[in-house]
Write a protein that binds this ligand. Structure first.
Ligand code: AQP
Length: 332
């Protein structure tokens, strides 16, 4: 079966190191081995209220982040989800295949809705059905995501399987494989090593944004929470200390070393040594991306062209599949 890669990023601002290491970095490497479709998932973004002007700007910013991270728009499809109506159409169809019991188990809905579940949007609840539609609309076989999306991916697999069984169309939808980074699948907050780094966390000091300048990166790393001991000499010990584990994991991923090797370099030293080194490599890796994003954001018509070109290509693929899906279901 031909390898088809699909993934998306929400245009909800504050793109951060977690998005980069958990998703974008993988997007870039996959473009050399497969047909890749990368989507700015604006329909997902509106599951929580977005100011229209900010949303528009964030759609461009996320597109710029794709390009600035190294995705080649001439070889891959980059577009925004709301421009291809097949996503919404298939989402409805798959909502009729998906089960309430399956959605009730989704932990991200519980986390995001919090105690005010009754006030959460219906969209937030059925978000995983839309994600299944995004993937299956292109019959994607592989989906690069961070570990936080693993459960949603499993649901997409269940939905694909049920559709194939219900309509007796064996192998119509491929069962998509998650591609989750092996070494660092979940980048944690700089303020709390037990919480994931996230866009919506109130404190900007909890994350490294792709748009941060060198001074701010150094400041954030200096202020990052650590414990009082020195850096341990073995991974078992390191794993018990969530903040130290997170910083070392980030360091090893950025320099492209195994965690064991990074630990050898750092063990016995105090955290200021690690923090200086980490700031240095982060500035080297992240700031060029931020600068490129900034430059791209100054030419919106160029970004608009990239999205338009991508939308046309995505629409052709989506329409071809949606036509078959309509026939399978029995629509006239
Ligand atoms: N902390 C993270 N570590 C590793 N991967 C991460 N991703 C997000 N946070 C981390 C991965 O980035 C991709 C795009 O995510 P998204 O923007 O579409 O949605 P998200 O997961 O909701 O992002 P945030 O930052 O966590 O937003 P909020 O604050 O709204 O919850 C996905 O592949 C995701 O796994």
């Amino acid at each position: 079966m031909k390898k088809i890669v699909f993934s998306g990023v929400q245009p909800t601002g504050n793109l951060h190191l977690g998005n980069y290491l958990g998703a974008l970095k993988n997007f870039v490497s996959l473009q050399h081995e497969a047909e890749c479709i990368y989507c700015v998932v604006d329909l997902h973004a509106i599951t929580t209220f977005q100011d229209p002007k900010t949303l528009r700007s964030n759609i461009f910013e996320t597109t710029a982040a794709f390009i600035a991270s190294g995705i080649d728009d001439s070889k891959n499809i980059i577009f925004n989800q709301s421009s291809v109506s097949g996503h919404a159409e298939l989402s409805w169809i798959l909502s009729c295949v998906s089960r309430m019991g399956w959605l009730n188990r989704m932990t991200q809905f519980k986390d995001k809705a919090g105690k005010d579940k009754e006030k959460a949007s219906v969209g937030l609840y059925i978000y995983p059905n839309l994600m299944a539609a995004d993937i299956l609309l292109y019959k994607a076989t592989h989906v690069p995501v961070g570990a936080d999306q693993k459960q949603h991916l499993e649901l997409s697999r269940d939905i694909a399987q049920k559709f194939n069984n219900d309509f007796k169309v064996r192998n119509f939808f491929p069962i998509p494989e998650p591609l989750i980074p092996k070494n660092i699948s979940r980048v944690m907050s700089l303020r709390d090593g037990t919480k994931k780094m996230s866009k919506s966390e109130e404190s900007d000091y909890s994350r490294i944004n792709l748009s941060d300048n060198p001074d701010l990166i150094s400041k954030k790393i200096k202020k990052a929470k650590t414990d009082s001991g020195n850096i341990p000499d073995n991974i078992k010990e390191l794993e018990k200390r969530s903040e130290a584990f997170n910083l070392l994991n980030i360091y090893s991923e950025i320099v492209g070393q195994k965690l064991e090797k990074a630990l050898n370099e750092m063990s016995g030293k105090d955290f200021s040594f690690l923090k200086d080194k980490l700031s240095e490599v982060l500035v080297e890796k992240i700031c060029p991306i931020g600068k490129k994003m900034d430059k791209l954001m100054q030419d919106k018509s160029h970004l608009e062209n990239i999205i338009k070109k991508g939308t046309e290509k995505a629409n052709i693929k989506a329409e071809e599949n949606i036509k078959k899906i309509r026939e399978i279901i029995g629509f006239v």
